[in-house]
Design a protein around this ligand. Structure first.
Ligand code: IYR
Length: 231
């Protein structure tokens, strides 16, 4: 049993309603310009933008405040090439044999295929790992059988919330992103030499869009379909 945390006063600033509306509308308008990008310019991005976005993601609420995530950042070209090759090998199988007709139909309008040049061209890949369980402090996860496992709660939900905040931060900073989930993703744990408790959750190429980048003409559902309100 861990001890109850000390309680401290909440630091909260109540804003005037006009300012609340202004901030909320500005943020909505900004987020509505976010598009998933698959063509990246081979142009560098300041590392602090990546670092700040990850720090923002790490403010996310998580089950029991266990923060069951690791953000692996790859800008090394050799590693990006290895990740691309391994992802394309899996995706080639997926598109050729493993996806059902129903699945293929569901994504056909996006125009994706097994080729993933963005995994090499984007200046940064952020590979998000979820920690299926933790290790008790003072135990050694590196040595077999020498670590006491700690159960984690609501791992997928916690990591999903953190990734949403990461994407919002990167967009707000003027960067383009792609949420990519090659399947299966076990190769990422191997290439990046992550411990046994970590499972890749998503790969996020980050950078500037290529000058001729195109996106599918798709829209979000109207709020009338997604928001229900009982007053
Ligand atoms: N993971 C594959 C296929 C794919 C699946 C879904 I669901 C998408 O929204 C888009 C693509 C790929 O990355 O190509």
């Amino acid at each position: 049993m861990s001890e109850r945390a000390e309680m401290i006063p909440l630091n909260f600033e109540r804003l005037p309603e006009a300012e609340q509306l202004e901030r909320s509308r500005t943020f909505l308008a900004r987020m509505r310009t976010r598009r998933t990008v698959r063509d990246f310019a081979q142009v560098p991005v300041p590392f602090e933008l990546i670092e700040n976005a990850i720090a923002t993601a790490c403010t996310a609420p998580s089950g029991a405040n266990q923060q069951p995530w690791t953000f692996a950042v790859v800008s090394n070209l050799e590693l990006k090439r290895r990740i691309r090759a391994a992802a394309e090998a899996e995706e080639r199988e997926n598109y050729a044999h493993r996806m059902s007709t129903e699945w293929r139909d569901a994504i056909s309008h996006l125009g994706t295929d097994w080729q993933k040049p963005h995994l090499e061209h984007a200046p940064y890949l952020i590979i998000v790992f979820q920690q299926a369980y933790g290790f008790a402090p003072g135990t050694n996860p590196g040595a077999d059988g020498d670590a006491a496992k700690v159960k984690h709660y609501y791992v997928a939900e916690s990591v999903g919330i953190a990734v949403g905040m990461l994407l919002a931060s990167l967009h707000q900073a003027g960067l383009a992103t792609l949420t990519h989930t090659p399947s299966p993703m076990a190769f990422l744990r191997e290439i990046l030499q992550r411990p046994a408790n970590e499972r890749a959750y998503v790969v996020i190429p980050v950078g500037y869009p290529a000058a001729d980048a195109q996106v599918p003409a798709i829209t979000k559902k109207p709020l009338s379909e997604t928001l229900i309100h009982w007053d």
